[in-house]
Design a protein around this ligand. Structure first.
Ligand SMILES: NC(=O)C1=CN([C@@H]2O[C@H](COP(=O)(O)OP(=O)(O)OC[C@H]3O[C@@H](n4cnc5c(N)ncnc54)[C@H](OP(=O)(O)O)[C@@H]3O)[C@@H](O)[C@H]2O)C=CC1
Ligand SMILES: O=C(CO)COP(=O)(O)O
Length: 347
């Protein structure tokens, strides 16, 4: 069934699934994109476009598409998942046993209830015998689809698995770095969405460049503090899946989470902001899950608490900002103390 460059299946025909599948197809990898909407499948196959999610992008004519989930995964030793976190369980329920011994790569940047469930947890529950990795980095789909150069991280303690994903996905437009810290990479990808909402809000409110820099830097401190508390390697957050992804999502109006924040800063309600987007912004749900977990674990996350207060506790923005600015003044990079006692390998 396998060789070092495919065949590959990509599940999910939104912005990111279409982009990843298209990159690999253009690079000569045999790839099948699965999506549920027959009209979109027909458009991709006949017109080589996906106007719902990537308007104006011409897709490679070698990209194969299907609405038959079993057919997509049957012959693929490597399977990428680009399904929103809220839908991952229902998709995997249809194919779990088929995934035994396959490489399954989650690109989904969300966390789900009950508790604090990562996408890799959901995959391992549905497909206990799959070889699971996560992929994360500064990867705005639209830019990648336009051919901009970027890099990403594939993370798993299984080095052969990482190598297989590097072989299949790495190409002239995309460098794929490996990491052993799957947990840290997955947390980085999910957590930065929350801070992108805050950054979008700050931009809409006309806040200064110093303010934006402070926000991004303190966001990095906060997400690292949480992740280290949970068992991740702090050094992961200095890499592409940490600071790399945080910078791009907090600075770019192409990020859907940033756009939700911007709409909120313009005075729209959360429902209006999400509805006008028409695509998934994982940060809204992640904020709920993260706040609950940070409280339960006793981790200090003032930015998360502040955004939660604005979005879900009806607290006025100026009061929240006032509280953040008057909080006790602490040490900079205090989380670096962990680095001295944390091994460099993945955990
Ligand atoms: N876009 C990006 O730049 C990046 C996104 N990601 C992550 O990838 C994940 C997917 O995001 P993205 O592609 O952007 O999302 P989009 O909103 O662009 O697309 C969502 C896709 O998921 C499909 N979908 C939704 N529910 C189901 C379901 N129950 N069964 C099958 N398909 C379903 C949608 O199908 P339909 O149209 O039929 O509703 C659509 O094809 C997210 O977790 C995101 O954080 C990661 C890196 C970059
Ligand atoms: O994860 C992303 C870029 O790396 C995409 O971010 P958004 O989901 O906010 O668009």
């Amino acid at each position: 069934m396998s060789n070092s460059r495919g065949p590959v299946a990509v599940l999910g025909g939104g912005s990111f699934g279409t982009t990843l599948a298209n990159l690999m197809a253009a690079d000569g990898v045999p790839v099948t994109l699965w999506l549920r909407d027959a009209a979109v499948a027909e458009e991709i196959s006949q017109q080589h476009s996906n106007t719902r999610y990537l308007p104006g992008i011409e897709l490679d004519s070698k990209l194969r598409v299907t609405t038959d989930l079993l057919q997509a995964v049957e012959q693929a030793p490597v399977i990428f998942l680009a399904i929103p976190s809220s839908a991952l369980r229902s998709v995997l329920a249809q194919i779990g046993p088929l995934l035994a011994d396959r490489i399954v790569v989650s690109t989904t940047k969300g966390i789900q209830l009950p508790g604090f469930v990562l996408m890799s947890d959901i995959i391992e529950e549905a497909a206990p015998k799959a070889r699971v990795a996560v992929l994360s980095g500064p990867n705005l789909a639209r830019e990648m689809a336009e051919g901009a150069l970027t890099a990403t991280v594939v993370a798993s303690p299984d080095e052969a698995l990482c190598q297989a994903v590097q072989d299949v996905l790495g190409g002239s437009k995309l460098r794929v770095y490996a990491s052993l810290d799957r947990y840290g990479v997955e947390l980085g990808g999910a957590l930065k969405n929350v801070y992108a909402i805050i950054a979008g809000m700050a931009a809409a409110l006309g806040m200064g460049e110093n303010t934006k820099s402070m926000l991004i830097t303190r966001a990095l401190a906060e997400m690292t503090r949480f992740a280290v508390h949970m068992g991740a390697n702090p050094l992961t957050f200095l890499g592409l899946a940490g600071v790399g992804d945080l910078i791009v999502t907090c600075m770019s109006p192409k990020s859907r989470n940033y756009r939700v924040g911007f709409a909120l800063g313009e005075g729209k309600s959360l429902d209006e902001a999400v509805a006008s987007l028409g695509q998934v912004a994982e940060g809204v749900n992640t904020l709920r899950v993260l706040k609950q977990k940070a409280d339960a674990e006793g981790v200090y996350m003032p930015l998360v608490a502040g955004l939660h207060a604005i979005l879900f506790e009806q607290q006025p923005l100026d009061k929240v900002i006032g509280r953040l600015m008057s909080a006790e003044q602490k040490q900079d990079v205090e989380f670096a103390a962990f680095m001295a006692c944390t091994p460099l390998e993945g955990v």
